[in-house]
Design a protein around this ligand. Sequence first.
Ligand SMILES: Cc1cc2nc3c(=O)[nH]c(=O)nc-3n(C[C@H](O)[C@H](O)[C@H](O)COP(=O)(O)OP(=O)(O)OC[C@H]3O[C@@H](n4cnc5c(N)ncnc54)[C@H](O)[C@@H]3O)c2cc1C
Length: 381
Amino acid sequence: MLLNEEERALRDSVRSFLEKKVAPVVAGHERARTFPWELLPQLYEFGYVRGGVPEALGGDELPMMMQAILMEEAGRCWGSLRTTVNVQGMVARTLAATANEEQRARFLDPLLAGRRFGWFGLTEPEAGSDAGSLRTTARAKGDGYVINGSKLYITNALGSDFGILFARVIGAEGTDHGVTALLVEKDESDFGVSDIPHMPLRSTTSCELSFQDTYVPAENVLGALGGGLGLGMKAINAGRLNMAMGAVGLSQACLEASITFCRQREQFGKALAGFQLVQQMVVEIATITETSRLLGYHAARAIDAGEPGRYECSMAKLYCGESAGRAATLAIQLHGGAGLMEESPVERYFRDAREATIPEGTSQMQILHLGKALLGQSALR
Ligand SMILES: Cc1cc2nc3c(=O)[nH]c(=O)nc-3n(C[C@H](O)[C@H](O)[C@H](O)COP(=O)(O)OP(=O)(O)OC[C@H]3O[C@@H](n4cnc5c(N)ncnc54)[C@H](O)[C@@H]3O)c2cc1C
C-alpha cells in the first residue's frame, strides 16, 4: 500500500478542499493573471508552508511524506498555486533555520499566519544554473549595506512585501565576505520590481528586481556573513522534491482529463476510448505518472528515515519533471484540437509542465549531480 491511513486522510481532505474552493476559480484567475492570496491561510491549515517549519517556531513539522502529498495535490489542482506555496515554504524554512528572534517576529510569524508573503531572490541575468557566480553586491555603509545588481525570474516578487536576497557582501575595508542572505522589505528599501510576461504559471509573477544603491539595515542580515549560498542551496534541495511532487500531480491531472475526454468524445461511430492507439497514449500517461509517484514517495520516505535523500530527490525532480512534459504532450494529442483551446484544462497543463524541468536545478543539473554520485567525477565544468 502506497499510503497509510493518516496519509490517505490528508490527501482526501486537501483534495476535497482544493476541488471545492480552488478549482472553480482557477480559469478566471489564469485569464486575469491574478492570484487569490486570501485563500492561502486556509491552505496553511492543512500544513502547506507550515509543514516544513519546526513546531517550536510555530510550524506543523510534518514528515516529508505528508509534505509530498500536499504538493502532489497542489500540482494536480493548479501549477500557480503549487509554485506559490513552494516559494513561501522555501522562505519559511530559510527563516526558521537562521532568523533571530526579532527577525522571526517581523517575518516568520506573520508569514506562517498568512499575513506576509515573501520572495526568494537567487537567480541573476548572468547567474542561473551557476548560482554561485552571482554578482549583486551589498557594500557596508554606515549602519547597513548598499545593494547594487539585479535578480531575474523571481516568483511573486510582485505580490509579496518582503524577500530573501542573496548578495555578495563587501566589508567597509573592501573585504569580500561571500554570498550572504539579506531580508529586503518593500516598505523599507527602494528597489525596482517588474513582471516579465511568461508562458507558464500565469497566476504568478516572474520578476526582474533592480537594486541601485538600495539601502538595507544591518539588522536585516539573515544568518552568518558568507553563509548565504549554503542557505540558498539547502532551501532549493528541499524545494526540489516539492517540484517533483507538483509534477506528479500535474501528470495525474493530465491522466484524469484524458480519460474523461476519451470516454465522451466519439469519432468513427464510437468513443475514442475504444481505439487501440488512444489506449496506448492513455496507458503511457498512467505508467509514467505511477513511476513518477513512486520515485517521489521513495525520496520522501528516504528523508523521513533520516537519510540525506539528495540523490533520490534529484532523480525524482529529473524524472517527474520530464514525465510531466510528456504526459501533457500526450494529453493534448488525445484531446485533438480541443486540447489547444484555452477553455481546455490540458492547454494550461501543457504550459505549466514546461516549467517543471527548469527552476530548482534544470534537468541537466540533476543529471550532472546524479552522474557525479554514480561515477565519482563532476562533469559540471
Ligand atoms: C517560472 C520560473 C520561476 C523561477 N523562480 C525563481 C525564484 O523564485 N527565485 C530564483 O532565484 N530563481 C527562480 N527561477 C530561476 C531558475 O532557478 C533558473 O531559471 C534556473 O536555475 C536555470 O537558470 P537559467 O534560466 O539562467 O538557465 P541557464 O543556467 O542559462 O541554462 C540554460 C541551459 O543550459 C543548460 N546548462 C547550463 N549549464 C550547464 C552545464 N554545466 N552542463 C550542461 N548543461 C548546462 C541548462 O540545463 C539549460 O538547459 C525561476 C525560473 C522560472 C522559469
